[in-house]
Design a protein around this ligand. Sequence first.
Ligand SMILES: [Zn+2]
Length: 295
Amino acid sequence: MAYYILCIIIWPIILFVDLFLKIKRFLVKKNSIRILNYHSIGSHIKDKSFIYASVSLKVFSAQMKFLYDNNFNIIDLDDFLKIKKNKQQIPPKAIILTFDDGYANNYINAFPIISKYSFKAVISVITEYIDKNIPFPWLNQSVLEDEDDKNLKLPLSMKQLKTMNDYGLSIASHTRSHRSLSQLDKQDVMKEILESKKNLEDILGKKVKYFTYPYGSWGDYDKEDKRIVESAGYEAALSTKVGANNIKSDIYELRRIPIYNIDGLSKFKRKVNGAYDFTGIFQYISFKLKKIIKR
Ligand SMILES: [Zn+2]
């Protein structure tokens, strides 16, 4: 009798665990690369609207130390494109670090840590703001945890940008003005994509190979915008659609994993190991639902 009761309890548990592991194996794909998406790195900005675009220096340092101590392979887009072109295997635990919008704090806070560990990174800048010695307009009213760190609201200077470029980080275009491409007519889309490239190339004295869509999620760009990015001479483009990438991924809308201050170290570990790769499905469903509600 006890044997049968035990079977009734244990069998469903075994079946559940087995199913869970099968689903996990299906969702967390091997031979994939995760592109992490950061924005501001520094004194945490306490503005609610900015909660998803600012990671404190303490949290960022701990996350980078974790990647270094645990032998993650921090490669860059050049490496990934080579792997893809030559149909090679993606190295295990492959990660690309990306920073959007061009905050001076990427240079002041993130760059020393990136160079300490000999990591690589992609810095995407909005060209209109380079060298403007005033805070980004969307941060004017924001409160910093450490109010002495006012320079953390500033855009990158030309000198800071050149130093990171000379070191070997990739500098990508994030358009001229950071407007969603879906809000612009195609002539303005072309201007945003082409002029920002030329502007950056004049500053850096080398080809700018990568583009990052402003906002970059479902509905922020279309097939035609992707085509314009490609014909402008960019070799790859980053979106904010959530997910991991493999050698079959569309190089003109690479997916990324957003990293938030609230992730700390524990959620970060799960994210870099693939536990959040599948959440792009919910991002897509929520976009579709919003569209239906708007109708
Ligand atoms: Zn942006």
